[in-house]
Structures are given as C-alpha cells and as structure tokens.
Ligand binder design. Sequence first.
Ligand code: UDX
Length: 461
Amino acid sequence: MSRAHVLVLPFPAQGHVNPLMDLSHELAKHDIKITFVNTDFINKQIMEAEATRNEDKEQVGSDQIQMVSIPDGIEQEEDRNRWEILIESIWQVMPMKLEQLIQEISEKSENEKISCVVADAAMGWALEVAEKMGIHRATFLSTSAAVLALCFSIPKLLDDGIIDDDGTPTKDQIIHLAPNMPAMRTKHFPWAQMGAGLNAQKLVFNCMMRNNAAEIAEWAICNSAHELEPSAFAYAPNILPIGPLQASKSNHVDHLAGSFWREDSTCLNWLDQQPDKSVIYVAFGSFTIFDLLQLQELALGLELSNKPFLWVVRSDINNGAVNAFLKEFEDRLCSHGKVVGWAPQQKVLTHPSIACFLSHCGWNSTIEGVINGVPFLSWPYFADQFLNETYICDIWKVGLRLNRDNGIISQEEITFKIKQLLNDEGLRARASELKEKVIDNVKDGGSSNKNLKNLVDWIKA
Ligand code: UDX
C-alpha cells in the first residue's frame, strides 16, 4: 500500500521555513513522508548552516523529510532582497518547476506519489498546480489568523472605500473587522508596510488578492491557538489553529531546523552564567535593517540599562556599515552583554536567565516568547508585525511598546521601558498565565492537538 506523501512548500524566508519545518516534523511522527521544497538559493543556505551544527546530536525526522529544491528564477545579478523582484519571479517561474518536480516524483515510484500539497499562504499558486494535478491541498499561514481574516476582508475593504485598488488606505484610521477583532490601523495593513515603495506594496497586495481568489484549499491551517485569537477564529471559522508548533517539540532532540545562518551556541554558556530572570534578549528576526543612528541608540540604551543583554546582530543588518561601531562597543562591554550573529532563539527563550524579549514582533518570535512566558518590549518593523504588537501590548497585555520620536527609538526610551518592564510584576504574571493556557492547546485533548490529528487522518485517508 502506498504511504501518505506530503509536499511542503514555504515562501523563501526564514520566518516561513521555520514553522513549516516544525509542521513537517509533526507530520513525520505519524509516518507521513515529507518532501520539503525550498528554492535552490535557500536550500544551499540551509545546507551550509546545517553542516556546521553538532554532528553528534540525534536528528529526528530527517530520514522521513527529504529536502529538495527548485529555482526561483532570479538571475545572479538581480537583488533577491527586493520584494518586487522576488515575488514576480516566483509567480513566473516556480509553478512550472513545481509541476515538473511532482511529475518526476510520481514517475519514480507509484507508491511514493505526492498525495497532498501543504503550501505557504504566500505561495497560493502552488494550490492551483496541485488542483490541476488532482492532488489534495492545504494552505498554511505563518502569520496570525487575524492577517488571513484581513485578507479575506479585502473585497469589503474595497467596497467600503477603506483602501484603493492598489491597497493604499484612503485615510489613516483605526478599524475593527468585527466588534471583538483587534483594532487595526489602516496605514499598518501588512501590504502597506513592506518598506519598499508603492511597487512592492502593489505586488504584495495583488499576491494576497490572488491567493484569496484561489479559494481552492481544502484546509486552511495556521501556527496559532484558539486562546490567542478567539475573535479571529470566530470571524473566519474555516481557519484552523494547529499551534503553537514550537511547543510540541522536545528541546532535548536536535531537529533538522532549517536555519539560514549558523547558530552561535556560545551564547547558551554565557546565559548559564547570568542570574535568573536578568537578561534582556534582543532580536529582530530575519529581515530587519537598521541605519547606523538607530543601531547606536539601541546599543547605548542597552548599555545604559545596566542589565545583562544578549543581542542578535545579523551580518546583513546594515550591510557592513556598523562593523567598526559594533567592534568598539563589544570591546567596551566585556561580559556585561553578548552580541551574536544568529542565536538558537528557541533555546535562548527557554533559558531561566531570560527576563524579557526586545522583539520586532515577527509572528514566530511572538509565539516563541509567549510559550516561554517571557514579557516583551515591542519594536515592530514591517508587514504583520504592527498587528502582532497590538496582540502583545493591548490584547494579551504581556508587553510594552517602544515609542518613536521623529522616527527614532531613543536610548532614553529604551532604558526607561526596560526599567518599567522589569518592575512590572503584573506583566510577568500575565505572561506566565498566557503561556500555560497556550501550551495546553498542543497537549492531548487540546484544540490545536485535535485539529492536527484530524489533519493527519485526512492526509492518510
Ligand atoms: C517574517 C515576519 O516578520 C513574520 O511576522 C511572518 O509571520 C514570517 O515572516 P521574520 O521577520 O523572520 O519573519 O520573524 P519571525 O516570524 O519572528 O521569524 C524569525 C525566526 O527566526 C524565528 O523562528 C526565530 O526563532 C528564528 N531566529 C531569529 C533564530 O533562530 N535566531 C535568531 O537569532 C533570530
């Protein structure tokens, strides 16, 4: 008898690969074979980062998960970091490449045919390919359910004149999709916050509309939990939470992770030497770029706070212009703070020394802070992160906003908010309560656990 075989396709970005890799490990536990498809570029990056990890550690699921890749169509001289280039190229080139890949797999062995495609919601075209080939399909959302609910509402937002045809808000206002849904500021709609001009906005907006129009997913799943977003799940009941996926895995086993950068694990030893609940963990995910002035303000704010801190500064955070400043800063700090290029974030956040998470509020980082009961200082950068900040600061009340003055978050604001957060017992207590409620979802009998079991049964039927 043939074994269930799922093709998993993330959007080529770290915050999309991670949760789909976690989902793949969950499915693999149920004897489902996984073919995980990255772009050639991302696959090479992951393989290089994986090769440097500790080879002695047991890697679970890897034999069930086959990593393959297809081209994204971007030429060597083009800039992959520009949304308009990336998205356009993906839509033009990848559907045909994916179809060829599925064809090749089914020609290899009748028993190993792809039985289901699980595609990132940002890769909606893959569901069209699957439908055309008569394959079951599910869409996976790497953001909050509220983002998908917002996407479903685009036709109404257009009808009500809240946005123009290209997604531009007609005015800056606060809206609620439904009475209990989180407040959304129109200028913070994810497509209006791509930070790369109107062209990028139009492309992302059209891509979201086209993904909506597909409406051919048999399942719509997301890495969230009912307790986190009850109003979004009530508003869009066809979206099913199966998370937090990060809470399902064991910290003692080293999964094939899908990191794009080599993790610097020395920070875990450094954390071991810090007192409990003392360290400010500072990380901005995989996209955030800083100008030198803002980076200096952050560095000085951390230094002046007089608390130990662990700060992730990716090598591409400012394309090299900050290196001299950082070198001098690190030398001055001695053991008071540690700067790394990329951290094993999920392990860092479980460490007892962590007191708070100064975060860009990417959805994965948000979830990872929540499941460890860590309070936040929020510093959203783009896309859905402003909406995630609303959840953190206004709805769950487990974090404080860092406010901008003339576009800059000052060192004084940073030291002030660190102090305020560390003195706020209420925030920490709410973060602990939220943690308990949320992780129960993936335990036996929890609602995400039930949804995942149903998904597995459907895939294997
Ligand atoms: C982006 C968006 O910000 C996010 O909201 C969306 O849902 C997915 O795409 P990104 O900016 O990378 O993602 O942030 P985030 O969602 O937080 O994902 C970053 C991932 O990288 C997390 O899983 C985090 O654990 C990991 N990470 C980050 C590390 O492993 N090490 C680090 O040093 C920093």
